[in-house]
Design a protein around this ligand. Structure first.
Ligand SMILES: [Zn+2]
Length: 337
């Protein structure tokens, strides 16, 4: 059943666990996530970026998600917009039936230029008003992440605009967002760190500071793929050319989850898993030409990564803890606040 992300995150806070948010562009990725969730009995956050929406077209994506909700009625499932760049983008997602949107007002609508605090507050407030009227959840962002993904991002290492705890507190108070993405040195894409990250590049102390200042706010870690060496090796073993790179170690994410992180965005790890599986099939059996011959192992490889993350983040086993609240009821609760 499709549910508001707010409910999932409230439950995660009660249970002291995190929920992975996995990006999708096509049917195989949605199937991989839903099967991993069924196997591990996990609540689900599926997210689509603007890039995904233009690649797959909104209607295809939305109906794939409806199919998922129909096929897995017992799994609370969120359809979330990743990095909305404007009010209009968020509004179109809300109107189409997404149950959660991210308004990333840390950047201007071009998705590249860091914005001002005032701009961010203003645009996020507008999205919150439109979303909450329909019971839809809003994730905001304060501070700017590094890297670029799907043409979205300020570039850089992620250390230029690390989140300020006081500004974060003011932002939450002024906007009423349900979840807050923070910048602590992580970045989008595969090339996050040039060595295993230490406190100089991955600011877990800052995350803990923000959590202490805002203990009730659901924090979101972006750019949180772990970029495991095993997955890089498979790609390179079968003809790929990845440079050595490091992601966010799972134990750091788990430290975050103990300190208020409720949503963990993972995309790169799934991309690596699928690409490695496809390369292996094409390399070992070059005579094959049926797309299913490589898409099936690709889907299986992604499912394994997702199931592993669901277990590591602690959401496994929690799908049946609660009854989904209809969006209309959620909307009425916001209105009564
Ligand atoms: Zn992100």
């Amino acid at each position: 059943m499709l549910v508001a992300m707010r409910q999932l995150l409230d439950e995660a806070a009660k249970g002291g666990y995190g929920v992975g948010a996995f990006n999708v562009n096509n049917m195989e990725q949605i199937q991989a996530i839903m099967e991993a969730a069924r196997e591990t009995c996990s609540p689900v956050i599926v997210q689509a970026s603007r890039g995904a929406r233009s690649y797959a077209q909104d209607r295809y994506l939305y109906h794939l998600m409806l199919a998922a909700a129909e096929l897995y009625p017992d799994l609370p499932t969120v359809l979330h917009l990743d990095h909305g760049n404007s009010y209009e983008t968020c509004k179109s997602a809300i109107d189409m039936g997404f149950t959660s949107v991210m308004m990333d007002g840390s950047l201007m609508p071009d998705g590249k230029t860091p914005s001002t605090f005032e701009y961010n507050v203003d645009v996020t407030q507008k999205v919150v008003a439109a979303a909450h009227a329909k019971g839809v959840t809003v994730e905001g962002e304060i501070g700017v992440l590094g890297g670029i993904e799907d043409g979205h991002g300020a570039g850089g290492t992620g250390l230029e605009h690390v989140t300020d705890p006081e500004q974060a507190a003011k932002f939450v108070e002024l906007t009423g967002v349900d979840a807050l993405a923070i910048a602590i040195g992580t970045s989008h894409g595969a090339y996050k760190f040039s060595h295993k990250p230490d406190g100089a590049v991955l600011k877990m102390d800052r995350l803990i500071e923000i959590h202490n200042r805002l203990p009730k706010v659901h924090l979101v870690m972006h750019g949180s793929s772990s970029v495991p060496k095993e997955l890089q090796d498979i790609i390179n073993q079968y003809g790929g050319k990845l440079r050595p790179t490091w992601g966010v170690p799972v134990e750091e994410i788990q430290l975050g989850i103990r300190n208020g992180v409720r949503k963990v965005n993972v995309d790169t790890d799934n991309r690596l898993a699928m690409t490695g599986a496809i390369r292996k099939v094409l390399f070992e059996t070059p005579e094959k030409f049926d797309p299913r011959d490589y898409l099936k192992p690709a889907r299986e490889a992604m499912k394994q990564v997702v199931a592993q993350r669901m277990t590591q983040f602690g959401q496994a086993g929690h799908a049946a803890d609660y009854q989904p609240i209809p969006l209309a009821v959620v909307a009425a609760r916001y209105a009564a606040q």
